[in-house]
Design a protein around this ligand. Structure first.
Ligand SMILES: [Zn+2]
Length: 282
């Protein structure tokens, strides 16, 4: 499009355009914006009154002080390329070689620079009332995002294809743009949820009605490690790699329930974490 002759965009016209572009192009390497919003909405509904007050207080400088509104912040700052986005770029995932999910911290999370280390550190900052308020607000925003990412199986995937980012896929379903290639990571981040065709409040209400999936209780000392290893084991156990690189709507329909169960579980675990940290007397 030749933009030179366009009239200057007024804010009232530009904003919906920018919003549409943002929604059309969710960042790679994370549940899509909607996935993170769903986790956050589910968690927010399960906060204790004191934890909800603490969240409101920590987010009081945000334009919209809800967990859903800040759920994609950690991806946004990475896309913007500032210092914090750069420092946190490895915090969204862990890669573990082999299908046995044999996690070796020194190999898979050196210096704690992966999702497992990041969740532990941000949790400690949020729990420490002596930390600067800004650091605790950022810790809350990281946790809301990263607990979601830890439950996306491809965020605990193989290093050789960067969690499915290098596993090319042709999606030929009815919602697919003609001929556009994608990859397995993005199918899990985006297409599985997108193809349900629901707006976030409707989808969140539907997921809230799902029974909480059964899952082993994580080690209280290392919950993020156990969440990520659960994700990792699902890749092999549930056969998430398609037998060829072409998928259709049958792949999405078969695996969408798993993605939804992971979101449901992430929401419940995020709420439990925030209640524990922000409302310890409860
Ligand atoms: Zn992410």
């Amino acid at each position: 499009m030749n933009r030179r002759h366009d009239p200057p965009a007024r804010p009232g016209r530009l904003f919906p355009l920018l919003l549409a572009l943002a929604l059309a192009a969710p960042a790679a390497q994370a549940w899509s914006r909607q996935g993170h919003e769903l986790v956050a909405e589910l968690a927010e509904a399960d906060l204790s009154p004191a934890a909800r007050d603490a969240v409101r207080d920590l987010l009081s400088d945000e334009p919209v002080p809800t967990l859903a509104a800040i759920a994609a912040w950690a991806d946004d700052i990475r896309a913007e390329g500032g210092a914090l986005g750069e420092a946190s770029k490895h915090w969204h995932y862990v890669n573990i070689p082999g299908s046995a999910c044999d996690y070796v911290p020194a190999r898979d999370c050196p210096d704690g620079d992966c999702i497992i280390g990041a969740i532990a550190r941000q949790r400690a900052i949020l729990a420490d009332a002596g930390q600067p308020r800004r650091a605790r607000t950022d810790a809350l925003k990281f946790l809301v995002h990263l607990v979601g990412d830890a439950h996306q199986p491809m965020h605990a995937g193989y290093p050789h294809d960067r969690g499915g980012n290098d596993y090319q896929i042709q999606y030929r379903g009815k919602g697919a743009p003609e001929g556009e290639g994608t990859n397995l990571h993005r199918v899990w981040d985006y297409w599985l949820l997108r193809s349900a065709n629901l707006d976030t409040p409707t989808y969140a209400a539907r997921l809230r009605r799902l029974a909480l999936p059964e899952a082993p209780t994580p080690d209280p000392e290392h919950p993020a490690r156990d969440w990520a290893l659960e994700s990792c084991r699902l890749i092999h156990a549930e056969g998430l790699y398609p037998s060829d690189h072409d998928i259709g709507d049958d792949y999405l329909d078969r695996h969408r329930p798993l993605a939804e169960r992971r979101i449901r579980l992430a929401g419940a675990r995020l709420a439990a974490l925030l209640n524990e940290v922000l409302d310890p007397a409860r």
